[in-house]
Write a protein that binds this ligand. Structure first.
Ligand SMILES: *Cc1c(COP(=O)(O)O)cnc(C)c1O
Length: 377
């Protein structure tokens, strides 16, 4: 079976984990945690990066820093992973889902504009598949209405818009290093803070509501409980694994892009014949080949394709069930405006296997299975 994902390994992971063990420090904020956050600060030009235990906890921490109150509204896409929505729920905020742009499957900026009320405090966007949202329009809207912007850039590590890294546009950017993402530490994430006014409080909320980070830097002579908080520090064992991946980030990116470009070139004629649709790359969006999807005619055709591919040994998967119609979405949120595209487009979308080190034989096999399916239609 050709799996849709295999977690990345680049070679130095074990050596770095051994180093972390030898350091006699395996809790958070040791050598490798610092190396990972510094690497990202330099590479992505971010003034502060805090490693977290997951992409979800990076979102949780970002939303905690927004100090939302019950009744405050958060605008977010319906087509996204549940973590984009569970974070604001921790603050009792109301979820306002909006429709997407069918070309990219990203949030539609015009729908954001229409959803704004005097209760709106935060906008969370998600860069689907590492292909940037329309950041020119979105930045205009959040500035005009003085809203806090959080980027769920879980899928966007090493991707950019007009040369600027995804995750560095909003007040906060959230990365994931889950094993299904381009760079991995098993479970893990990072919070990018682009607005320095949040730096100090972010450190405190991340460290169980204490000022231990200041204490560790020698800025205070004892540490104490000063605020709300939680524990978001990943273990050194995990960050050691991640650092090996970050050192090879360009190689991983290039390898994935080769597979992505191969898929695209081999399926382009099916798009020309209007049998399927392929991902769309807006001008200025430099993507990271996080995933490759095709769109079938409809839900029925998608189910048949998945079944056909499974019989041929290729695992195709789909996501997401739109959040506004999911059980928790119905309970905690509302859709602003019409669901013109979210449901119909999500039902057509199917992901092809995509991971670091995928062999060209496996990519060829995947293509030939899809082509065979469409030849017989
Ligand atoms: C993976 C993902 C998350 C969650 O990341 P975890 O590290 O698994 O918690 C959040 N949002 C999106 C869009 C994701 O793809």
């Amino acid at each position: 079976m050709i799996n849709f994902n295999i977690p990345p390994v680049t070679g130095n992971e074990l050596q770095y984990i051994q180093k972390a063990i030898g350091n006699r420090k395996i809790c958070g904020d040791g050598e490798f945690t610092k190396k990972c956050s510094q690497w990202m600060e330099e590479r992505f030009k971010v003034q502060k990066v805090l490693m977290t235990t997951s992409g979800t906890s990076a979102l949780d921490l970002a939303v905690m820093l927004c100090d939302l109150k019950e009744g405050d509204e958060v605008i977010l896409p319906s087509f996204t992973f549940s973590s984009t929505a569970t974070a604001p729920l921790l603050s009792q905020a109301s979820l306002v889902f909006v429709d997407l742009d069918p070309k990219t499957m990203n949030i539609d900026p015009e729908r954001i504009r229409e959803a704004i009320t005097d209760k709106t405090k935060v906008v969370i966007i998600m860069h689907y598949g590492g292909i940037s949202c329309d950041m020119d329009k979105i930045m205009d809207i959040v500035k005009e209405h003085n809203l806090i912007l959080i980027e769920d850039a879980a899928q966007g590590v090493m991707a950019s818009f007009k040369g600027k890294a995804l995750g560095t546009f909003g007040d906060f950017g959230c990365y994931s290093f889950h094993e299904t993402k381009n760079y991995s530490m098993g479970e893990g994430g990072a919070l990018l803070i682009n607005n320095p006014q949040y730096n100090e409080r972010a450190e405190i909320l991340r460290e169980k509501g204490t000022d231990r980070s200041k204490f560790n830097r020698g800025q205070v002579d004892k540490y104490t409980w000063v605020d709300r908080g939680d524990s978001f520090l990943p273990s050194e064992l995990n960050t050691a694994y991640l650092f090996a991946q970050l050192e090879q980030a360009d190689q991983i990116n290039e390898d994935r892009k080769n597979t992505w470009n191969f898929y695209y070139s081999q399926l382009e004629d099916l798009q020309a014949k209007r049998q399927i649709e392929l991902p769309y790359l807006p001008e200025g969006a430099q993507h990271n080949a996080h995933l490759f999807y095709i769109k079938t005619k409809d839900l029925e055709e998608r189910s048949q394709l998945i079944q056909f591919a499974r019989e041929q040994g290729v695992q195709l998967v789909f996501h997401y069930i739109p959040l506004h119609s999911a059980p928790a979405g119905l309970k905690y949120g509302r859709m602003s405006g019409e669901d013109q595209f979210t449901t119909v487009e999500s039902e057509r979308l199917v992901r092809l296997p995509m991971y670091y080190g995928m062999t060209s034989e496996d990519a060829k096999k995947t293509v030939s299975v899809i082509r065979e399916f469409y030849e017989n239609r």
